[in-house]
Write a protein that binds this ligand. Sequence first.
Ligand SMILES: Cc1cc2nc3c(=O)[nH]c(=O)nc-3n(C[C@H](O)[C@H](O)[C@H](O)COP(=O)(O)O)c2cc1C
Length: 360
Amino acid sequence: MSPTSLFSEGNIGATQVKNRVFMAPLTRNRAQADGTPKAMATEYYKQRATAGLIITEATQISPLGKGYLDTPGLYNETHAEAWKAITSAVHQQNGKIFIQLWHVGRISHLSLLPKGEQPIAPSAIRANSQTFTEKGFEDTSDPRAIKSEEIPSLIEQYRSATRLAKSAGFDGVEVHGANGYLLNQFIASNCNKRTDAYGGTIENRSRLLLEVIDAVSNEIGAEKVGVRLSPIGQFNDIDVSDSSEIYPYIYKELENRKLAYLHVVEAFPGADVPEAHKTLIENLRSSFKGNYIANGGYDKDRGQDIVNSGLAFAVAYGRPYISNPDLPARFDKGIALTEPDQSTFYGGNETGYTDYPAAT
Ligand SMILES: Cc1cc2nc3c(=O)[nH]c(=O)nc-3n(C[C@H](O)[C@H](O)[C@H](O)COP(=O)(O)O)c2cc1C
């Protein structure tokens, strides 16, 4: 039998994929102000439907889950209808698509939230970080600590978004537990100073993530649920000094749940990865027995190597998919990649969004 390659088909949970060149979630800030995706998003995702799996841009599960200008939502029927056009277009091309469910927690700004609302967080500690508003980059606003009695309704928002994801035709959902947003804030000891069942010990700081995953799995089935983590990610003011203690526990708990996959941001654009962090990522990866998606700075060769060695089921490519809609074919045929234009990453119109041509 030939070894698994980036171009091998396979099953990830309940989803059959045609290759292992997945599309990573990419925020593009081009939705309507009320969170409804615009028609051009349908064209954008359709152009990228040769990916084995598309994971959508992060999508807020509630008005308070929003932290940047013009990001999409999935918390009402209007949103679901717009997403349905996108999933239908992707399915018509024989593609597969999961939606990334997002709550930003403290990475938000008052101007982005309903009047009178404050960002929520595990504890009332402002992030030393910025977000993108109507006025450009601005410091994040002071959050308030979510009350213990509010947590069930927060979990319900994830479940309800999953129900809408089903009706919108998604193949599954990815719970965003990475990059310094709400679920990551509960995991991180510098933002979580709670004294209830959601703070303190490793088990307590992991609890919200796991309860969200269980609620979402209950709604759609564990085999259609993925989760994204960033164990060494310091983006958005996250302290990772005890990652080697908490993440082995989290990986084990996820493994027991037999999810579709665990997706890990192993490196960040432009950031050096210290040796100790590399080792931690490798040790965690080799200990994990479920489907693993690797992400962060992979090119074709490194992607081939990790899939070939069996250490990852697939690789998620982020920036390359912005400017190479037909990335799997380019890898397969050895066609040079187009560099993305960073000035059109966040916000704007079709330019730098749907006007990168396929080379094949
Ligand atoms: C423009 C842009 C938007 C991003 N948006 C998201 C997002 O919505 N959700 C997420 O988990 N990561 C997001 N990321 C991180 C990427 O998914 C990915 O982890 C990162 O780009 C590293 O992968 P790469 O080297 O293949 O680009 C974003 C990155 C970029 C450059």
